[in-house]
Design a protein around this ligand. Structure first.
Ligand code: ADP
Ligand code: TRP
Length: 346
């Protein structure tokens, strides 16, 4: 029996943070190593284009993300690791799916709204009027609106059953399922409906604002996997904490310490009750010191491997080219089936 297909991608938009790791990448490695799935992991360079990077930055970030994939434990012998833009049938499927997607659905996507609002100054965002919002939407690039359709094509092209992502991607997965259902209802069963796979930490919060998701767009609150030990110590020391001094998991009353506890527990594998017991009577500062050392140790191997891959861009390109070829073959077969179904393959 063929193994169920699992697909996920990450945009090459800069350094990876611990939210990307605990929400997605750590799971990529565990799922790959479970041997239960046919895994496809790709670099979403076309999605990254929606942020209008320079050509040089996009190339550098693509190679750097390939190095991240390997340094963290993805293995081209076990998974198909590839570059999204190399898959030509993806464009055809994106177009076909876009003809089944109401514009209104795209405009109400939370991720779309957030990205559009990034064009505004922080003070303006909170008190935005409906008219001003419409103005910003109309001025935004069309790729930002189309983004979830391209993502649906990424998933459906390989008949994925599972998609490991953070919970900020759930709405996009919902749209993907809706599109699969619509297509199947109109043209006959062609796609399976994929489900997202979450870790125990599908939403790591910012170190300097526990009400906001840790995100590359707010680097000040990020703990990057590449951060040197002294930076990790400094960032965790400066991370905001809650009033009081008890180290207790309570997302509502103690969101900041709860976020740090979750990071600790996900990395060490210790459950929350055990952790709370271990830190009874200890200070925030003692806990933070231990957390920093845990993080430093956990990513030591990754940092070493990432450094070693720094001068190896041609080997990394070869891995991506070979993975793209494999994914491309699967994609070509699927698009053939799709074209027959919709009546354009005469
Ligand atoms: P960012 O939001 O920092 O730009 P990406 O959009 O590149 O990150 O996300 C890459 C993967 O990491 C996705 O699966 C996303 O859901 C996940 N992810 C991003 N931020 C977090 C977070 N703070 N907590 C958990 N998962 C996250
Ligand atoms: N939108 C995802 C993110 O921002 C990246 C992505 C693109 C993706 N295509 C995908 C994730 C397909 C899973 C499956 O992180």
């Amino acid at each position: 029996m063929a193994k169920p297909v699992l697909v996920s991608g990450i945009q090459p938009t800069g350094k990876l943070h611990i939210g990307n790791y605990l929400g997605a990448l750590k799971n990529f490695v565990d799922l790959q190593n479970s041997g239960k799935y046919q895994c496809y992991f790709f670099i979403a360079d076309l999605h990254a284009l929606t942020e209008n990077p320079t050509a040089k930055d996009l190339t550098t970030n693509t190679i750097s993300l390939a190095a991240d994939f390997l340094a963290i434990g993805l293995d081209p012998k076990k998974s198909i690791i590839f570059q999204q833009s190399q898959i030509e049938p993806l464009q055809e499927l994106k177009w076909i799916l876009s003809t089944l997607t109401p514009v209104s659905e795209l405009l109400r996507m939370t991720a779309f709204k957030e990205k559009v609002l990034q064009a505004l100054k922080p003070g303006e965002r909170e008190k935005i009027t409906k008219e001003k919002f419409e103005e910003v939407v109309e001025a935004s690039n069309f790729g930002l609106a189309e983004y979830p359709v391209l993502m649906a094509a990424d998933i459906l092209l390989y008949d994925a059953k599972f998609v490991p992502v953070g919970d900020d991607q759930d709405q996009h997965l919902e749209l993907t399922r809706t599109l699969a259902r619509k297509f199947n209802a109109k043209f006959g069963k062609t796609f399976s409906e994929p489900n997202s796979l979450h870790t125990a930490t599908p939403r790591v919060m910012s170190l300097n604002d526990p009400a906001k998701k840790m995100s590359k767009s707010m680097p000040a609150g990020c703990l990057f996997l590449e951060d040197a030990p002294e930076i990790v110590r400094e960032k965790i020391k400066r991370a905001v904490t809650d009033s009081g001094n008890e180290i207790k998991y309570d997302e509502e009353k103690k969101p900041a310490i709860s976020n740090l506890l979750k990071i600790y527990s996900s990395i060490s594998g210790e459950n929350m009750q055990k952790l709370e017991k271990k830190y009874t009577g200890k200070t925030y500062s003692e806990f933070k010191t231990d957390l920093a050392e845990l993080v430093i140790l956990h990513f030591a191997d990754y940092r070493k491997k990432k450094k070693a891959l720094a001068g190896k861009s041609s080997a990394l390109k070869t891995i991506l080219t070979s993975g793209s070829k494999k994914a491309g073959k699967v994609a070509a077969r699927k698009i053939g089936e799709i074209k027959k179904k919709i009546g354009i393959s005469l």
